[in-house]
Design a protein around this ligand. Structure first.
Ligand SMILES: [Zn+2]
Ligand SMILES: [Zn+2]
Length: 342
């Protein structure tokens, strides 16, 4: 089969002809129908994160059709449409058995530690394959498994509940899902903070209140709009020092700040003013859980979560095109969301 693989760190990915993977008795073989190209993939290619093996097929946002099932598989049959949870966990370690599989001692991520979806086929444990209803395209199914799932987990970590207000800092793919899911969880008002007009416009189409941070101070605006009280939950999706500080300042008494954007820069916090004085919480959120995905897929099927406008370009399994896209992501030259359809 054809696979687009990372052969050497910092070098363009290469097309290789490799055998179709074998499956174990609890695995399924998936014919890939869509694989999203994610910003993380650009980081992997550049060598900013240790890979589980080399060469490796990238791609962790995958949807497709079950081609073959192992002898012990009972939850799926051939021809089923599925999308894939990208973390393969053991199910038995302390973390897995306490419902916190994101910390599994032997977690392996598709397209990072084991071969991913930039290929014609991929093999995964059967429990990593989530049924994908006919109403959701493969391209959407693939992107649900990364950005939307991460947004959903972040809202769970922030314990958003009915009647609350939420501010989302950064309304790209993650943020756009966060807005809709926060509404679905009962948030009465969602503020979308960004500096890009087109994103703010799309956010308002999803019933968020746009705040253009290039024109006004986002924290002051939020204070004004919440009668001085601040929001209940702030979700930070960017990872810049400024937006992290703004997220912390935007919550009111008993507020929860959820940090999702990856960052390397430390920030300063006045613990009295910003945390203990208002009994605020600063919460980290990383990845998502298998158990969150069936509900997420169902919300997409019911159009509670609309991701139909996320995918803006489809390309073939072509190394040059994929490398070009990764270059664009590396240099932030485009906001276009690209999905590979092999
Ligand atoms: Zn991703
Ligand atoms: Zn485990």
């Amino acid at each position: 089969m054809k696979a687009i693989r990372m052969v050497e760190t910092g070098k363009p990915l290469e097309l290789q002809e490799i055998p179709i993977p074998n499956i174990g008795e609890k695995d399924v073989l998936i014919r890939v129908r869509a694989a999203g190209i994610c910003h993380s993939d650009a980081h992997y290619r550049a060598g900013r994160s240790a890979m589980g093996m080399m060469p490796i097929t990238l791609g962790h946002e995958v949807a497709g059709v079950v081609e073959k099932i192992g002898s012990q598989v009972t939850n799926l049959k051939t021809r089923d449409r599925v999308c894939l949870h990208y973390n393969i966990t053991c199910g038995d370690c302390y973390w897995c058995s306490t419902g916190n599989e994101q910390f599994c001692d032997s977690v392996k991520m598709l397209g990072h530690h084991v071969d991913g979806g930039y290929a014609e086929y991929i093999a995964v444990p059967a429990r990593n394959a989530i049924p994908l209803p006919d109403e959701i395209s493969f391209e959407e199914g693939a992107t649900l498994m990364c950005a939307s799932a991460t947004a959903f987990h972040a809202l769970h970590k922030g314990r958003v509940k009915a009647g609350e207000t939420v501010a989302v800092f950064g309304v790209g793919g993650l943020g756009m899902s966060a807005i809709q899911l926060a509404k679905a969880m009962g948030a009465v008002e969602v503020y979308a903070v960004d500096i890009k007009q087109d994103k703010l416009e799309l956010a308002s189409e999803y019933n968020a209140i746009p705040i253009d941070a290039s024109r006004a101070d986002a924290v002051e605006e939020i204070r004004k709009l919440t009668k001085g009280r601040g929001v209940n939950v702030a979700i930070e999706m960017i990872g810049l020092r400024k937006t992290m500080e703004q997220a912390i300042d935007s919550v009111g008494n008993l507020g929860r700040v959820v940090m999702v954007g990856l960052n390397q820069q430390p920030i300063e916090i006045n613990t009295y003013m910003q945390v203990l004085g208002k009994e605020a919480e600063i919460i980290g959120s990383n990845d998502h859980l298998l158990q969150e995905l069936p509900l997420l897929v169902d919300m997409a099927r019911r159009k509670i979560l609309d991701t139909s406008r996320v995918v803006s370009q489809v390309i073939s399994l072509n190394a040059d095109k994929i490398n070009q896209r990764l270059n664009d992501l590396e240099h932030f030259t485009s906001d276009v969301r690209v999905v590979i359809v092999p």
